[in-house]
Each structure stands twice: as structure tokens, then as C-alpha cells.
Design a protein around this ligand. Structure first.
Ligand SMILES: CC(C)(COP(=O)(O)OP(=O)(O)OC[C@H]1O[C@@H](n2cnc3c(N)ncnc32)[C@H](O)[C@@H]1OP(=O)(O)O)[C@@H](O)C(=O)NCCC(=O)NCCS
Length: 326
């Protein structure tokens, strides 16, 4: 991750020093990142998992957990309450009380309910668990944010000249509907602004700019843009537009005269997962940008899914950035 960007994120987060629950705790990277977060005051880490196993791992790896709190779901006073909460949320889908109790004993769900009940402000997993399992746990515990229909993801691409551009949704939804695409745009704009402190200028990307091509894929982006304008009238958003019109001032001026976004977009909303995933990887590999993320968004509260290949440093950075989303 770009050093100056992430350092500034760590600095901002340390002013908040929020409680962060790690659900995949039986992993040395989690222990090491928790120690750094605690020592540097960036956050107050809580390790969720089997206490004996976590301590055994710490001893084997020769790290000292000092005062870091460990919460073992099975022994927690909150277990029954959380089981009830899950049962109430899922009974209409056929979940029984005993199934709910078994599920909340797993750290992914227990950490989710710690987040839901404000015992922590951020939950993090995914360094061991699969993406689908983490996202499902987040949906069934904290759930989606008010007015938002879909959980999605965003990256912050840090360009070589230091500019930061948000790309979404590069990791979760293969083919969002127009309503879902609009919600991805709104969530991304809010998160980009709260993480970077910059005003979001959202470009709804397409292979067409302002009617230059006719196709159902273009219609979807046009419709999504209208929905964003209606749902979030204060947001600077425009589309449909091609990537060059979004990013290059002279082209934006020529193709989208008077647009508040064209030529200076800092939030790029791709029409589907194919274009988004390809787009961020090309930007990374051909333009030498750094991809910071992906961050899960659209939830009521930040429950972050890490990549299983993440480093200790990545985990510390993600804890810092998610603290700014809280
Ligand atoms: C999100 C995900 C876990 C859902 O998978 P799933 O459980 O098979 O999906 P289902 O269609 O059975 O949905 C299960 C529930 O989650 C909800 N749901 C699914 N995707 C959702 C989303 N993006 N946002 C909000 N809710 C969602 C469904 O509405 C459903 O709710 P219900 O049971 O109350 O009706 C899945 O799409 C996924 O794994 N995405 C990540 C893809 C990935 O691995 N990307 C690579 C990462 S780099």
C-alpha cells in the first residue's frame, strides 16, 4: 500500500482508537497486527476465538499478547442474546433456535453480533475464512445499511502521482441491476469521502458517453445514474460516460460539456464485475497504481473481508481504514 496514504490513515484512526474485533484469530498475522494496533494506539483490538488455542499460538510463535483482550464465544455472557438475535433474523428462513446457537458460537458470527450491538465498532475477518463466508456472516449479523439494497466492495487505487481514485464494485456482484448499481455508487461515494476527506465526484462508466451508443448495457447505466440523482441529490454524479471522458479534462469538456464530474472524477463506478475487476487489475499492472482494498461496503457497520494472502501490514492498514468508515 502507498506509504504516505496508509500512514495518514493510521494517524487519523489513532485519533479514534476504536474497538476492532478480529474473527480469524488463530493466525499469527492476526496476533502480530493486534499487537501493532495496540502498541501504536491505532485501535483497541479484541481477538475472538478459542482462548487456549490463541494463547498456545502466541507462545509457540514467541509473541506476547500482553493486555490484548480475548473473547471466547462459548464462554461469553452474550452468547444466548446473540443466538436469539440470529434466530429472530433468520427464523422466517427456517433457522431453528439450536441452529442459531451453534452458528453464533463461530467467531465470524459472534464478531458480527459484537459489531451489531456496539461492543466493537469494526469487525475484521477473511485472513483465514473464505470471502463468501465472511460476507454471509456480515449480512446475517449487522445487515445492509438503511436505504441500501446491496453489499458490495470498493478499492482505493493510489496512483503514482499520489491521486486516489475509488473503483467499484470489483469483487462482489457479477451483474448488478440498475438499482443495485446506483446503491454501489452511493455507498462508494460516501466511503471515499469519509476515508480520504475529499469530495466525491462520481462517474457512472460505460462504453458510451451521453448517448453515443445504443445498447441495453448503456440503458442500465443511464437508469442507474438517474436513481443516484434521485436518491442522493447532493452527490456530484454524472453518466453514462467513458473512462477517458471521466478522467481527462479536455475530453470531458468536449464529450460532456458542463458536467460537474467529467474530466475530474475520483469515484469510478463500473457497470459490472467483469469491467470493474479487469479495470482495477489493468490500472495496477499497467499504470503502477496500488490497489488498497477491497473493502466491503453497504453494511450498516464495517465488517471487513481481508484477502487470505494479506500481510500483517495490510491488516493494520485495513483496521485503520475501516475505523474511518465506522
Ligand atoms: C455474497 C455471497 C456470499 C452470497 O452468496 P450466497 O449465500 O450463495 O447467496 P444467496 O443468493 O444464497 O443469498 C443468501 C442471502 O444473502 C443475501 N445476499 C446475497 N448477496 C447479497 C448482497 N450482495 N448484498 C446483500 N445481500 C445479499 C440474499 O438476499 C440472501 O438473503 P436471504 O437468505 O435473507 O434471502 C456471494 O455472492 C459471494 O460469495 N460473493 C463474493 C464473491 C467472491 O468471492 N469474490 C471474490 C473476492 S475478491
Amino acid at each position: 500500500m502507498s506509504q504516505s496514504f496508509t500512514n495518514s490513515m493510521r494517524e487519523k484512526a489513532s485519533k479514534l482508537s476504536l474497538k476492532v474485533a478480529f474473527a480469524d484469530s488463530e493466525d499469527i498475522r492476526t496476533l502480530k497486527s493486534a499487537i501493532i494496533l495496540k502498541e501504536q494506539g491505532i485501535a483497541k483490538p479484541i481477538l475472538v476465538g478459542n482462548e487456549a488455542k490463541i494463547k498456545e499460538l502466541a507462545e509457540k510463535e514467541n509473541v506476547s499478547l500482553k493486555e490484548i483482550e480475548i473473547v471466547e464465544p462459548e464462554k461469553s455472557e452474550h452468547l444466548e442474546k446473540f443466538a436469539n438475535m440470529l434466530y429472530e433474523k433468520r427464523k422466517s428462513k427456517g433457522m431453528t433456535e439450536s441452529e442459531a446457537l451453534a452458528i453464533v458460537k463461530t467467531p465470524l458470527y459472534f464478531a458480527g453480533f459484537m459489531l451489531e450491538t456496539d461492543l466493537v465498532k469494526v469487525a475484521i475477518a477473511g485472513n483465514v475464512s473464505a470471502t463468501g463466508d465472511v460476507i454471509r456472516a456480515s449480512i446475517f449479523t449487522v445487515g445492509v445499511a438503511a436505504g441500501i439494497s446491496i453489499v458490495s466492495s470498493y478499492f482505493i487505487m493510489v496512483l503514482q502521482d499520489g491521486r486516489k481514485i475509488c473503483f467499484a464494485d470489483c469483487a462482489v456482484n457479477p451483474d448488478p441491476t440498475e438499482e443495485q448499481l446506483a446503491d454501489i455508487a452511493i455507498s462508494s461515494a460516501r466511503n471515499f469521502a469519509s476515508v480520504t476527506g475529499e469530495e466525491a465526484r462520481v462517474a457512472m462508466l460505460s462504453f458510451s458517453t451521453k448517448g453515443s451508443a445504443n445498447h441495453p448495457d448503456v440503458d442500465k447505466v443511464v437508469a442507474a445514474t438517474k436513481i443516484v440523482q434521485e436518491k442522493a441529490p447532493d452527490l456530484l454524479v454524472d453518466g453514462e460516460m467513458q473512462a477517458d471522458a471521466a478522467l481527462v479534462a479536455s475530453i470531458g469538456e468536449r464529450k460532456c460539456k458542463g458536467s460537474p464530474v467529467a474530466g475530474k472524477a475520483n469515484v469510478l463506478i463500473f457497470p459490472d464485475l467483469n469491467s470493474a475487476n479487469i479495470g482495477y487489475k489493468l490500472t495496477e499492472r499497467l499504470a503502477g497504481a496500488e490497489a488498497v482494498g477491497p473493502f466491503v461496503q453497504g453494511l450498516k457497520k464495517p465488517y471487513c473481508d481481508l484477502s487470505r494472502g494479506c500481510s500483517v501490514d495490510d491488516m493494520v492498514n485495513v483496521a485503520a481504514i475501516c475505523s474511518l468508515m465506522a
